[in-house]
Design a protein around this ligand. Structure first.
Ligand code: UTP
Length: 236
């Protein structure tokens, strides 16, 4: 099982997949309650935490709706629909974390607040052409944070897509070269990959690491944060 050492005196940066926040019909309140307990504990321990929210089913529903009505739609317009879904989820989290969170949801990683009001900062989608994974990594780069936690609904990166091949093997560690060979470079709105290829290029160039973990298992993320072995895949 892998382990990483997060830098002391730096915020934790966590990209929370929309697949966790809005997996199907609507926001998953049970997950959000668990996330709130988890984050509140981190905050009580003096930890700062930046959470970037994905768009989940809402993003995909709106992208599919637009496509269903009109055949040729600009990819950029579809991305904007996704971006607004991520922002809606960002506002949901900001609302839940009102007492401890900076009052503004941050979209532009080049304009992070110099001082956070509170210990939690919520980020969301920025511009077309990538996912919130990229936004989280740009924010990490800006803040000098080397390790990003990518929480979604998968346990690992596998040798192949496990939905297509049940014999696919889970990986503890994978280099950016290997991972990028697997996912390629191209982007399309609503793309579903363990980690965004555009963000992968940024991380490789900047020697950043990403831990892919299942966000439903928050005690596992607690292990990761405490520097002990956790279940998941490190991209490095
Ligand atoms: P995400 O792909 O980040 O949401 O954004 P997600 O649902 O969490 O994805 P998973 O669960 O990690 O797979 C949803 C969509 O919003 C647009 C893209 O079209 C993306 O697929 N988006 C998001 C952007 O175009 N730019 C951004 O900065 C963020």
């Amino acid at each position: 099982m892998p382990e990483i050492k997060l830098q002391k005196n730096k915020p934790i940066i966590m990209s929370v997949g929309g697949s966790l926040i809005v997996p199907g019909g609507g926001p998953d309140t049970e997950f959000l309650k668990k996330l709130k307990r988890f984050v509140d504990t981190q905050v009580r321990n003096g930890q700062k935490i930046l959470i970037v929210t994905g768009g989940g089913r809402t993003a995909r529903n709106y992208i599919e709706a637009a496509r269903g009505v009109k055949k040729s739609i600009e990819a950029e317009d579809l991305d904007w629909l996704g971006i607004h879904a991520t922002r809606l989820n960002g506002h949901l989290l900001r609302t839940i974390f009102r007492e401890v969170a900076h009052p503004v949801v941050i979209k532009d990683p080049t304009r992070l607040p110099k001082r956070w009001k509170g210990s939690v900062l919520i980020g969301a989608g920025w511009k077309p052409g990538w996912s919130t994974d990229y936004v989280a990594c740009r924010m990490a780069k800006r803040l000098g944070v080397e390790n990003v936690i990518n929480a979604s609904d998968i346990d690992y990166v596998y040798t192949e897509d496990p939905r297509k091949n049940p014999k696919a093997k889970p990986l503890n560690e994978l280099s950016w070269v290997e991972y990028r060979k697997m996912v390629g470079d191209d982007w399309h709105p609503g793309k579903s990959a363990p980690f965004d290829p555009v963000a992968s290029r940024l991380c490789q160039r900047n020697k950043m690491n990403v831990a892919i973990v299942n966000g439903r298992d928050l005690s596992n993320i607690g292990k990761l944060i405490s520097g002990t072995q956790f279940k998941g895949t490190i991209l490095l």
